[in-house]
Design a protein around this ligand. Structure first.
Ligand SMILES: CC(C)(COP(=O)(O)OP(=O)(O)OC[C@H]1O[C@@H](n2cnc3c(N)ncnc32)[C@H](O)[C@@H]1OP(=O)(O)O)[C@@H](O)C(=O)NCCC(=O)NCCS
Length: 278
């Protein structure tokens, strides 16, 4: 563990979730939790989202998209007067979904990510937020990927680590950079080599070639085998971890989260390599 790393303390959400300013709610969605509700979640999607799902070749990826998009709609509607299926997303130049302001609805900013059996959804009020999750798996090509995407100080720090720590530190750096690029809404179109993702709160990551944006960046182990990062364009947010219990309007679930605990939190404290890429 390092300064700036979070411990995911997944909780069952209360019936009414309160989202004060300068707070981030991180929702954990497991595909196992979503699978009984897949048809219900599919029905919440818009016509274009359903069409996108139909174009996804592999069934596991298709179901993963439906699960996390549906869960995203369900989660946002817990903060919004509209029901999940009536939320109308707009899309930024590089595809980042957003909820346009609407009368009577408080502002909401959000981002989602999916890998393996997990989805993560970050929700906040007015700040930009970016989230990334990656399944920790062996990636033999990581030096080549780092050479293409990491900044020179990040590459130097990664190479200086003992070989056995490098793959994990590579993924930690990767998720941090992707969270930053997603908070800015640019994704892979951002010049990834041009910024250093190592500063930990209260220091902020600075993206000089993008309006000098400054972001607070946090890393965490989502569950055994999954690493995540959260980027937030403010300072010192309160962060809460909610385990998505299934759709609030489902006949099997309730808004007060009375359904059984959604998943088991990691039973061991996450252990990081002694050093990370910086
Ligand atoms: C954003 C991006 C890095 C995500 O990559 P990924 O690792 O495959 O996916 P993740 O699971 O972490 O995140 C996917 C989610 O990010 C969100 N997203 C999509 N584009 C985004 C963007 N530009 N910024 C932030 N978030 C974005 C969506 O909610 C998406 O969920 P969906 O699958 O339900 O649509 C990648 O899709 C990207 O670079 N997109 C930009 C593409 C682009 O430049 N298009 C040019 C159009 S002119």
């Amino acid at each position: 563990m390092e300064i700036g790393d979070l411990i995911c303390d997944w909780r069952v959400p209360p019936g009414k979730v309160d989202l004060p300013p300068n707070t981030v709610h991180l929702w954990g969605v497991t595909l196992k939790r979503a699978s009984p509700y897949l048809e219900e979640l599919r029905e919440m999607l818009s016509a274009d989202e359903r069409a996108k799902a139909r174009r996804i070749h592999f069934a596991t990826d298709r179901d993963g998209f439906v699960a996390v998009r549906g869960a995203l709609r369900d989660i946002l509607s817990r903060y919004h007067p509209l029901p999940p299926s009536e939320l109308g997303f707009s899309y930024g130049q590089y595809g980042k979904p957003a909820l346009p302001p609407s009368a009577g609805a408080p502002p909401l900013s959000f981002n989602s990510s999916r890998s393996g059996e997990w989805g993560l959804i970050a929700v906040t009020r007015t700040h930009s937020v970016g989230i990334d999750i990656e399944l920790i798996k062996s990636c033999e090509d990581y030096p080549a990927v780092a050479a293409n995407f990491f900044s020179p100080p990040e590459i130097r720090a990664l190479s200086a680590l003992p070989r056995e720590l490098q793959p994990h530190s590579f993924l930690k750096c990767w998720t941090r950079k992707e969270a930053v690029s997603k908070a800015l809404g640019i994704g892979f179109s951002l010049e990834w080599t041009a910024f250093d993702s190592s500063p930990v709160p209260p220091e902020r990551v600075q993206v000089a070639n993008h309006g000098n944006s400054k972001l607070s960046l946090y890393s965490f182990i989502v569950a055994p085998g999954y690493i995540g990062a959260l980027a937030f364009d403010g300072v010192n947010p309160a962060i809460k971890f909610w385990a998505w219990p299934g759709p609030a309007c489902s006949s099997f679930s309730t808004r007060d989260g009375t359904i059984a605990a959604p998943f088991t939190a990691p039973s061991i404290r996450p252990v990081w390599p002694n050093e990370v890429a910086r």
